[in-house]
Design a protein around this ligand. Structure first.
Ligand code: 5GP
Ligand code: MG
Length: 173
């Protein structure tokens, strides 16, 4: 395992993104929606860095990766989606890889007609993108490697690591 982004780098970047978002959404009713489970660590830190009133909700999207690192069919569950009528929505995820998760979830939320809809991610694998869309806000661009930590898992492990590390070779079996 190789550390790509350490705890301090993450913390200072999340705080600066929080300031940026506070400016953007000042005086606008904001709801931040995190995508389970990968976004929870970022979500917890980010919402405390956004010094304007906002509501928080969670939805679930899973691509049935199972024990592999390649994505399967995407399943989106909006059962716990809060009421966003008359509100601006910021959708938060751990990583923008192919972009298909973000694209699919954004399309479903757009149907609920929020006042505006934007996306924020911790990591952006720019080279891996398979969609036209780009994230509106991101903390770090990373190369096309499989990474874990700060919410990101492999086989449901490693989410608790306070840094981002890339898994290579034998780590992945
Ligand atoms: P996308 O739909 O953009 O291809 O993938 C987004 C989802 O795939 C993320 O929410 C995350 O769950 C998973 N994912 C993509 N790349 C990585 C990675 O490098 N590490 C981990 N742990 N998950 C990833
Ligand atoms: Mg995810």
């Amino acid at each position: 395992m190789k550390v790509l982004i350490d705890q301090e780098q993450i913390s200072s970047r999340v705080i600066s993104l929080g300031r940026e978002l506070a400016n953007e959404y000042q005086h606008r009713p904001l709801t931040i929606i995190g995508i389970l489970a990968g976004s929870v660590v970022l979500l917890a830190d980010l919402i405390r860095a956004i010094d304007v009133p906002h509501q928080v909700g969670l939805i679930q999207a899973s691509s049935y990766r199972g024990k592999t690192t390649t994505a399967g069919a995407l399943h989106v569950n909006l059962d716990f989606m809060p009421d966003i009528k008359g509100r601006h929505v910021l959708l938060v995820d751990d990583i923008f890889d192919t972009g298909k998760t973000m694209q699919t979830v954004l399309a479903q939320i757009r149907e609920l007609q929020p006042l505006s809809l934007k996306s924020a991610v911790l990591l952006w694998k720019e080279e891996a993108s398979e969609v036209e869309l780009t994230p509106d806000f991101h903390c770090f661009k990373i190369p096309n490697h499989f990474v874990v930590g700060y919410g990101l898992d492999f086989n449901n492990e490693y989410r608790h690591l306070p840094f981002i590390a890339s898994l290579e070779g034998t780590d992945l079996v």
